[in-house]
Design a protein around this ligand. Structure first.
Ligand code: SF4
Length: 62
């Protein structure tokens, strides 16, 4: 699903006994923001957030 291969199963199980995906340590910068993981998640529990955009929005609120 992820074209960059940066996702892996995490250590936490959700209530459906599935391992939550997580980004491999140190690979965060390889995310292209394509949102394939978000669209592929059947439970709508993955959200792709642009951290730079989030931080600029936080600054605008203050
Ligand atoms: S948005 Fe999701 S599928 Fe796309 S590169 Fe980032 S982690 Fe991978």
């Amino acid at each position: 699903m992820c074209p960059t291969g940066i996702l892996e199963p995490g250590n936490e199980l959700n209530m459906r006994v599935a391992y939550l995906p997580q980004v491999k340590a140190g690979k965060e910068s390889y995310c292209t923001g394509c949102r394939r993981c978000e669209y592929a998640c059947p439970e709508w529990c993955i959200y792709v957030i642009d951290q730079e955009e989030e931080s600029s929005n936080e600054k605008a609120k203050t």
